[in-house]
Design a protein around this ligand. Structure first.
Ligand SMILES: Cc1ncc(COP(=O)(O)O)c(C=O)c1O
Length: 377
């Protein structure tokens, strides 16, 4: 029997909706197809979440095992991810006080937005982009101000700066941008940093696959925050680790709003160990970059699709075949156990699909399934 049935009638029922913060009532749950794979068997070619399969599962597994044999989980972990912070500080050459480690870039964004998004304050977001910027803006009661990319996916810098007034506290730019794949021009980012009077966040989750980083600019622009992830170039999406580099005062405020034991001990140690093994990960990054060019070339030679250039570990492509939609292609691929992300619901991305760059054999499986899907009546 449901225990609620035991209460005598007449007891006031709690109206949960009236107690919940208004910003949360309209928030959607995050949806990502293959988090709960339709099929759990290994035959599924999972290219929809920009994970990294060029990093060998048994190699990161060994690193994880080494960590697990060496930690005492009865102890609380070092505060604010201190062990990971120290390793990142030594590796990247920033002081520990300029670094904050979070539960993935997602966790870093959560804390960062908690600090800067006031009720009714505005957050400038360039679209199409990673949907979590809009999500956290809404969560903390802010208002998203959108500026569209140009049709060639470059930043419309003047259009953006025109929208900037003093109510805009944050300006978020993802570079290389998910899902378009391109890294924005250095001079455009520099102009924004010089002219915008609020905090500029540059999400560099995919930067290891790209041409340049602005992480060192945090030394000269005190309004710059750079985000980095261990999910993409290190293939550690399941361990949840990301970090920001900024000036000390921003990093300190971000710490203040974060649970001090947020980063578990295994994650902290694994990050330190992964950085010690950078040579391995760097070599896998080079492999992905080569595979990306192979995949882009294969897509360019396939009738009925047009790929866009990419500086990331994924490629965006458009379905150009008459009377065929990207959602149909996605479904056809899924029926062949190949998972990709349909991005056609985002502005400027009509009929577009995003595919992760996998290993050569995954990429070949994908290209062959795509050709079948395009040819099928
Ligand atoms: C642009 C961008 N930022 C951040 C993330 C999330 O990174 P993390 O796994 O470190 O939370 C993603 C994940 O796909 C992303 O595309």
């Amino acid at each position: 029997m449901d225990t609620r049935d035991q209460f005598p009638s007449g007891v006031t029922k709690v109206k949960i909706e009236e107690l919940v913060r208004k910003e949360i009532l309209g928030l959607p749950l995050y949806e990502a197809g293959s988090i709960l794979p339709r099929k759990l068997d290994e035959k599924v070619t999972r290219l929809d979440l920009n994970e990294n399969f060029a990093v060998a599962g048994d190699i990161v597994g060994k690193l994880l095992l080494e960590v697990c044999q060496d930690v005492d989980v009865r102890l609380y972990p070092p505060l604010y991810g201190a062990m990971a912070v120290k390793a990142i500080s030594e590796f990247f050459g920033f002081s520990e006080s300029e670094i904050f480690v979070g539960n993935g870039v997602d966790g870093v964004l959560d804390s960062l937005m908690k600090v800067f998004v006031k009720k009714e304050s505005k957050v400038l977001v360039v679209e199409p982009t990673f949907p979590l910027y809009a999500y956290f803006t809404q969560l903390y009661g802010g208002k998203k101000v959108t500026v569209l990319l140009r049709p060639n996916f470059e930043l419309d810098v003047d259009g953006m700066l025109e929208k900037c007034d003093e109510q805009i506290s944050l300006f978020i730019i993802c570079s290389p941008n998910n899902p378009t794949g391109n890294q924005f021009k250095k001079e455009d980012l520099e102009k924004i940093l010089r002219e915008f009077k609020g905090v500029v966040v540059v999400d560099e989750a995919y930067v290891d696959f790209a041409k340049y980083t602005v992480i060192d600019w945090t030394r000269k622009f005190e309004n710059l925050v750079v985000l980095r992830s261990f999910s993409k170039s290190f293939g550690l999406a399941g361990i949840r680790a990301g970090f920001l580099v900024s000036n000390k005062s921003i990093a300190e405020y971000v710490k203040r709003v974060t649970n001090p034991f947020e980063i578990n001990i295994v994650t902290q140690r694994l990050i330190a160990l992964a950085l010690q093994n950078w040579n391995y990960f760097q070599q896998r990054i080079k492999y992905i970059i080569k595979e990306r060019e192979w995949l882009r070339d294969a897509l360019a030679k396939t009738d009925g699709v047009t790929p866009y250039p990419s500086d990331a570990n994924f490629i965006l492509f458009k379905i150009t075949k008459d009377n065929l939609s990207s959602s149909t292609v996605k479904e056809k691929l899924e029926s062949r156990d190949v998972l990709v992300k349909d991005r056609s619901n985002l502005p400027l991305l009509e009929n577009c699909i995003r595919v992760t760059v996998g290993t050569r054999s995954m990429n070949e499986t994908f290209v062959s399934a795509l050709k079948d899907a395009l040819e099928e009546q």
